[in-house]
Design a protein around this ligand. Structure first.
Ligand SMILES: *[C@@H]1O[C@H](CO)[C@@H](O)[C@H](O)[C@H]1NC(C)=O
Length: 444
C-alpha cells in the first residue's frame, strides 16, 4: 500500500474508534438514570450458587448506588397481578403487570421476585410505554415447554417498539430448549424448521439489558432486531455445546449497539452480526465453546446486505470452531461488509481463528458460483494472539469476482496446538501487514 493511502486507511480507523468510544460513553450516561433511581431497595440481588459457569458469573457482579429524590416510579410486582410461580402458566399475570407498568407516567419498575420460577408461554411486551420502564428480573423466567402453544409464533418473549427500557436484576431467563433441540430441522432434516428465539427486542430504542443469565434458548438467546441505541452488558449466556442454532447475541438491522463484558458458552455463534447493522462494538466478550464471533452470514438468496463500523476488542475465544469470522453466501448477493476492526483478541485452541469465507453454503443443494457477492473491505486484525486447533490459522477465501480489499494484519501470532507450524491460506484478497504477522501467505 503506498504511503498516502496507508495514512488514510489508519486515519479512517482512528475516526471510527473515536466515534464508537464516544457512542459508548454517551450511552453510559443515558443509562445511569435508572441505575441511580434504584427504587427497589427492599429487593436484593440473588447470590449465585457455585456451578459450572463460575468464571462467567464473575462478570455479573453489580454495584448498588444511592438514589437522589425524584418522583418515585410505580412498582409493579407480577405476584400482585396473579403470578403464582407454581409450575402453571403465569403469562396472563405478566401481561397484566406489563400493561400496568407500561401505562405508568412517572416511570415503572416491573418486578419479578427472586427465588421463584415463573413459566411463560409466548408473549409480546408491546410499547411504546408512557415513561421509562425497568424490568427487574430477580427470579427465573422459564419457557413453557409444550410446543403446540407456540404455533406460528417466531418468538418466545418479544419486546416490541419499547423505548427507554431496561432489563436487569441478576435473574435468569431460561428458554427450556431441550425439546426444541431434539426437534431441530438442523439435526433431523425431515422436520420443519419451527424453532424460536428466546428473547427478541424488536424496534426498541434506548435499551439496556444487563445482569441477566440467559440459558438454554430454543434457538437464538437474545436477538436485537431493528433497534437503536442499545447497551448489553454483564450478561451470561449458556447452553450445551451440542445444542443447534443457539446463537448467543444476534444483531440484525440494529445501529449503535455496545455489547460489554459478557460470557458466552453454547452451540452456535457467540455473537452474530447481520445485515443492516452499523456501529456495533463488542468488548470484554469471552466465548467458547461455540462457533465464535461472526459477521454474517450475508447475502443469502441473492439478498443485499450492509454491515459497517464493527469493532470487536478485548475478547477471548476458547475452543471455538471459529474465532473472528466474516461469512457471505456463495450464491450471490450484493452490498458490503466494511470498516471492521478485530483487535486485542486472545484465541485458545480455535479451529479457524481468522477467517473470511465468501463461499459459505449452508444448504443441501450445492451453491453455484455467481458473479456478484457481498463486498468485504477495510478489515483490520490487530494484536491477535493464541493457538489454532487446525493447521490453517488464517483463511481468506474471498470471491473471485469481488475480491476482499483493504485487509490489514497487524501483530498477529497464531501458533499451532500441534508440532507443525500453522499456515495461512489466501485467495482473492488484497492484503497488507504491519509488525510481526504469523502465519502469513507468501503466495499472495
Ligand atoms: C482443541 O480443539 C480440538 C478441536 O475442537 C479438540 O478436539 C481438542 O480436544 C481441544 N484440545 C484441548 C486441549 O482443549
Amino acid at each position: 500500500m503506498p504511503m498516502g493511502k496507508e495514512h488514510l486507511f489508519c486515519r479512517h480507523y482512528l475516526l471510527l474508534f473515536s466515534f464508537l468510544i464516544i457512542m459508548c460513553l454517551l450511552q453510559s450516561g443515558f443509562g445511569s438514570y435508572q441505575d441511580e433511581q434504584s427504587p427497589v431497595n427492599d429487593y436484593h440481588h440473588p447470590q449465585y450458587q457455585p456451578h459450572d459457569h463460575k468464571g462467567l458469573v464473575m462478570v455479573m457482579r453489580r454495584f448498588s448506588r444511592a438514589h437522589p429524590p425524584q418522583p418515585s416510579p410505580r412498582i409493579v410486582n407480577v405476584d400482585r397481578y396473579g403470578a403464582k410461580a407454581n409450575g402453571r402458566d403465569d403469562s396472563q399475570a405478566f401481561k397484566k403487570a406489563w400493561r400496568a407498568a407500561c401505562l405508568a407516567s412517572n416511570g415503572a419498575v416491573l418486578v419479578v421476585p427472586r427465588n421463584k420460577i415463573y413459566h411463560l408461554k409466548p408473549l409480546i411486551f408491546s410499547g411504546p410505554c408512557k415513561s421509562t420502564l425497568t424490568f427487574k428480573i430477580y427470579g427465573t423466567i422459564k419457557a413453557w415447554v409444550k410446543q403446540s402453544e407456540y404455533r406460528e409464533r417466531r418468538h418466545w418473549l418479544r419486546f416490541d417498539n419499547v423505548h427507554n427500557l431496561r432489563v436487569t436484576g441478576g435473574g435468569i431467563i431460561n428458554g427450556n430448549g431441550r425439546k426444541w433441540w431434539l426437534n431441530s430441522c438442523k439435526i433431523n432434516k425431515k422436520l420443519v424448521c419451527l424453532i424460536k428465539n428466546a428473547v427478541t427486542f424488536y424496534e426498541c430504542s434506548n435499551l439496556i439489558v444487563s445482569n441477566i443469565w440467559f440459558q438454554n434458548s430454543q434457538k437464538m438467546h437474545i436477538s436485537f432486531q431493528s433497534c437503536l441505541y442499545v447497551k448489553a452488558l454483564n450478561l451470561v449466556v449458556t447452553a450445551p455445546e451440542n445444542s443447534p442454532n443457539t446463537d448467543g447475541i444476534h444483531v440484525t438491522g440494529t445501529r449503535n449497539i455496545c455489547l460489554i463484558r459478557t460470557g458466552i458458552e453454547l452451540g452456535d455463534d457467540c455473537i452474530s452480526i447481520v445485515s443492516g447493522s452499523k456501529n456495533v462494538r463488542a468488548t470484554g466478550i469471552t466465548c467458547g465453546p461455540g462457533h465464535g464471533i461472526s459477521i454474517g452470514s450475508l447475502g443469502a438468496d441473492n439478498s443485499e446486505a450492509y454491515v459497517s463500523n464493527v469493532e470487536v476488542t478485548n475478547s477471548k475465544l476458547t475452543g471455538t470452531t471459529n474465532g473472528v469470522r466474516i461469512k457471505t453466501w456463495q450464491q450471490g448477493g450484493s452490498g458490503f461488509a466494511k470498516n471492521i476492526i478485530f483487535h486485542n483478541i486472545e484465541m485458545k485452541n480455535v479451529t479457524n481463528p481468522i477467517i473470511i469465507d465468501q463461499n459459505y453454503c449452508d444448504q443441501d443443494d450445492p451453491c453455484p458460483q455467481q458473479a456478484s457477492a457481498v463486498k468485504v473491505s477495510n478489515v483490520l486484525y490487530r494484536n491477535i494472539k493464541g493457538t489454532s486447533a487446525s493447521k490453517v490459522a488464517i483463511n481468506f477465501d474471498c470471491s473471485e469476482t469481488v475480491p476482499c480489499q483493504g485487509i490489514l494484519l497487524q501483530d498477529v501470532a497464531i501458533a499451532s496446538k500441534h508440532e507443525e507450524p500453522t499456515k495461512a491460506s489466501c485467495a482473492n484478497v488484497i492484503l497488507d501487514t504491519r509488525g510481526d504477522v504469523f502465519p502469513y501467505c507468501f503466495n499472495n
